[in-house]
Ligand binder design. Sequence first.
Ligand code: 0RQ
Length: 501
Amino acid sequence: MTRISCPKLSQKVTTADVAAGFINHGDNVGMSGFTGAGYPKVVPGALAQRIEAAHARGEDFSIGVLTGASTSTEMDGVLAQAKGIHMRTPFQSDPTLRKQINSDEVDYIDTHLSHLAQQVWFGFYGNLDVAVVEVSAILPNGLLVPSSAVGNNKTWLDQADKVIIEVNEWQPREYEGFHDVYYGTKLPPYRNPIQILDPTQRIGDPYLRVDPEKVVAVVKTHAPDRDNVFAPVDDNSKAMAEYLIDFLRHEVRAGRMPKNLLPLQSGVGNVANAVLAGLQESEFEHLTAYTEVIQDSMLKLLESGKLDAISATSFSLSGEMAEYFNDNIESFKGKILLRTQEMSNHPEIVRRLGIIAINGMVESDIYGHVNSTQVLGGQMINGIGGSGDFARNAFLNFFVSPSAAKNGAISAIVPMASHVDHTEHDVHVLVTEQGIADLRGLSPSKRAKVIIENCAHPDYRDRLTDYVERAKASATGRLHTPHILEEALSWHTKFRDTGQM
Ligand code: 0RQ
């Protein structure tokens, strides 16, 4: 069966090279893609060749790239290798791009994932010149069946002057019915409440709309999404998962949440994956998820019946799991809803539903300021992603990390965080393989005590306690959050200079 059944749009079918010819130096390009799913597979490669050819002629050629979140080598990778990106937003994880961000060759704007679409509507990023969006089919009436990620596609299609569509036959045609694209967004002061009262409640359309007059090219592809490889669940991750799940039991016993918990959000990364794997072994049932990415363990929870339903904006699966999902897609229908990332991460909904948010961290300081993004105060790893959207508005949030990184050379608990993504006002519970620190309702001094005692690695615990005691003795008049300013970042400078905190 043909995937492109709209007569008007089937006339636009062409090659990736021709399509890439519609993108010019200096353009702002909105690309589909979220955590390695649903990104354009061939137009970026053709564009990268065009960029390299222009550079060889001595011409400038670079673009601003706006996406949903991270993509893959076929997109961010090839464009970065061609030195074709001058601005990138939001979340990314490509090694070449990361290097260019950290050497200041690329302006990276690490915005909250729920914020970007509205900021483009507000005009904060200037004009959106082109959209390049992957879909799984084009219907006779020109409506688009999204693929494995919705991300910011609605906004890119609405806002861009020109649209390039990739129709990927690797993505199941049966995706029709899995999506909920909300078309009720308005700009302030005309906004209305978002009426999501239940994780998988529909408020939008199953399709993306596009003005056919704006479509300049349609390109056929057949290529898989990124293969997301997870580290096997190790002892540390297992310990963290056990602390966290035990804490949830405690919350149920205390009457603060129902027996089937509240909707779960889980971040990317190995620890988040391990926590979900831990829930598989637990007694919890009829769980739900209101999250942004569906990773392997979450799909397994759905399959085993532990989880009833998932709302997200994209998948982030291993190659093996993606094949399994594609082969069995019909059995997941009605249990998964993919929304725009404005809605999957919407603060209003996160607050209303009372999300339990679980995200990784790089480090936390003794007072609970959490760094999710940057090593040594300036070296970008990935970005804040959706962690801020969820953490600040969650019913309960957890930040998880091993207590030490790089074979013990780095402590994840430090006197002062070298960069802060989540302030002390937003952070509820820290979890390391050493234990769990419940910071709710505690003053900074009390927080320091539980963080050091429960979460710090034993090799660093005494030095942290010593720091707090000396800070208290020397910070007269500043005892709300005592610090020795000359020393607060000394653990980081020591690591920078000696390779060991
Ligand atoms: O590097 O693999 O080279 O050794 O950072 O660390 O412990 O494997 O943890 O995979 O869960 O990632 C915060 C990066 C954690 C992730 C972060 C090094 C460590 C290792 C990874 P190596 P782990 P994870 C929704 C939520 C922000 C976005 C977010 C992240 C590597 O969770 O990107 O939450 N979060 N989104 O060795 C130097 C330290 C370090 C350190 C760890 N203190 N200093 N290096 N590392 N701590 C999803 C989305 O938004 C899309």
